[in-house]
Ligand binder design. Structure first.
Ligand code: E4P
Length: 219
């Protein structure tokens, strides 16, 4: 499973990219707004840090407007993925962007039927938002399981399942077990994933033993 970082904070992106485990980055209008920076500048800077897909979302609600916004974004860097909302106009824009050879991430997916339509439109990625489904009392991961299963029935679909709205390390574990292609993960969840109490206590014990042995050898 590929791991994308779900943030528009370039300092965080530098930090976690240095771990060597980040395959790409996703942003959305809320994350860009939080950065307080100019959209295009942030996307271009991220592309200079991570050598992989970087999602940049359009905000127009009609297909022509989405295509107009997509053009300069796609021109920023070959790794830019145009993120469009899962609405009829977004499907139209996806179909046309695919025809033009531009990669897409169809976002705000909350049902398997929506994911089927995204695949039919030729989306490169579909982003089901599992945390937001959990928030309203559903099991978001069931949607990932359904989409992965449905897509497997149709090998001609080239769309990859990109698990979004990830809130816990457990979400990542379950996404991998479900066979999702990608999970986009907020920095705090990567911290949660890397840590284990037994790693910390084991390392402390190793270092203490090593120090004691060196002290004994030196005396
Ligand atoms: C990423 O592509 C999504 O925009 C993001 O994961 C949404 O996460 P949220 O539901 O925590 O805002």
């Amino acid at each position: 499973m590929q791991i994308f970082l779900d943030t528009a904070d370039v300092e965080d992106i530098r930090t976690y990219a240095a771990w060597g485990v980040i395959d790409g980055v996703t942003t959305n209008p809320s994350l860009i707004a939080k950065s307080g920076r100019i959209f295009e500048d942030v996307i271009a800077e991220i592309c200079g840090i991570v050598d992989g897909p970087v999602s940049a979302e359009v905000t127009a609600l009609d297909a022509d407007g989405m295509l107009a916004q997509a053009e300069p974004l796609a021109a920023l860097h070959p790794n830019v993925i145009i993120k469009v909302p899962l609405i009829p106009e977004g499907l139209k824009a996806t179909k046309e962007l695919t025809r033009r050879g531009v990669k897409t991430n169809v976002t705000l997916c909350f049902s398997a039927n929506q994911a089927l339509l995204a695949a039919k439109a030729g989306a490169t990625y579909v982003s089901p938002f599992i945390g937001r489904l959990d928030d309203q009392g559903e099991r978001g991961m069931a949607l990932i399981e359904d989409i992965v299963r449905a897509y497997r029935n149709y090998p001609a679909f080239g769309t990859q399942v990109l698990v979004a709205s990830v809130r816990t390390g457990e979400h990542v574990r379950e996404a991998a077990l479900a066979g999702a292609h990608v999970a986009t993960i907020p920095p705090a969840i990567l911290d949660e994933m890397v840590r284990h109490d037994l790693t910390d206590s084991g390392l402390a014990a190793f270092l203490a033993d090593w120090k004691n042995a060196r002290t004994a050898a030196d005396s």
